[in-house]
Design a protein around this ligand. Structure first.
Ligand code: SAH
Length: 212
């Protein structure tokens, strides 16, 4: 199957279309990105299923539908240019972002995951990604403002530092909540933030403070 990953990826993309992903460029990127490179050997046979999978350290690679939707939502509200991702994890979402936006900044609190993700992105010749080991709850003020922010772990409350690092007109997509999580979109208009609840979701928690 893996020698023919594009066949498997094509079936996945057909499913994502049926589930409502519309952005042709995002779908093409998913079709051309080898998700099997972002999971452990024992799980490779599941890499083109539309499911989240464990990546070690209690973390997961997000479900392809969610990866596609979060990317599409940012594009639909006009985000382009420079984006920040919080929660690099496997680096799969990062790889999709790197092919959709000019510059990607990505923060991960677990160093081993960050290093592995960095290697994978280089393997795919994706060099427009800047990575940082640290607490993404605080964002990346030295590189702010961002046109878009995508958070791939669930925050128990809205991280104010992230909102403050959005440029005017910029947007952030983030799961909010603990047991019941809602994917939420914030759009900055001057000093105001308009928010829209998008869908119920299930993410690992965004951990505030320490790094490991
Ligand atoms: N987009 C990733 C999702 C990984 S799961 C993928 O598809 O592979 C979420 C990731 O967020 C985990 O790797 C976890 O370590 C990281 N994380 C949790 N809290 C964080 C924080 N405060 N700062 C940075 N990363 C964080």
């Amino acid at each position: 199957m893996l020698s023919n990953f594009q066949g498997s990826a094509k079936s996945l993309v057909e499913l994502l279309k049926k589930q409502g992903v519309e952005d042709a460029s995002v779908l093409k990127t998913i079709e051309n990105t080898p998700r099997h490179l972002f999971v452990d050997d024992v799980l490779k046979h599941k890499s083109y299923e539309n499911t989240a999978l464990p990546i070690g350290q209690g973390q997961t690679i997000s479900q392809p539908f969610i990866v596609a939707k979060m990317t599409e939502v940012l594009k639909q509200v006009g985000v382009s240019g420079k984006v920040l991702e919080v929660g690099t994890g496997s680096g799969y979402q990062t790889a999709i972002l790197a092919q959709q936006f000019d510059e990607v900044y990505s923060i991960e609190r677990i160093k081993s995951l960050q290093w592995q993700a960095r290697r994978r992105l280089h393997q795919l010749d994706l060099y427009n990604v800047n990575m940082k080991h640290g607490d993404g709850w605080q964002g990346w003020s030295a590189r702010a403002p961002f046109a878009g922010i995508i958070v791939t772990a669930a925050a128990k409350s809205v991280p104010q530092a992230l909102l403050s690092q959005l440029q005017d007109g910029g947007a952030m997509v983030i799961p909010i909540g603990t047991d019941d999580q809602v994917l939420t979109l914030f759009v900055r208009q001057g000093d105001d933030f308009i928010h829209h609840k998008l869908a119920p979701v299930r993410f690992v928690p965004l951990i505030e403070g320490e790094v490991s």
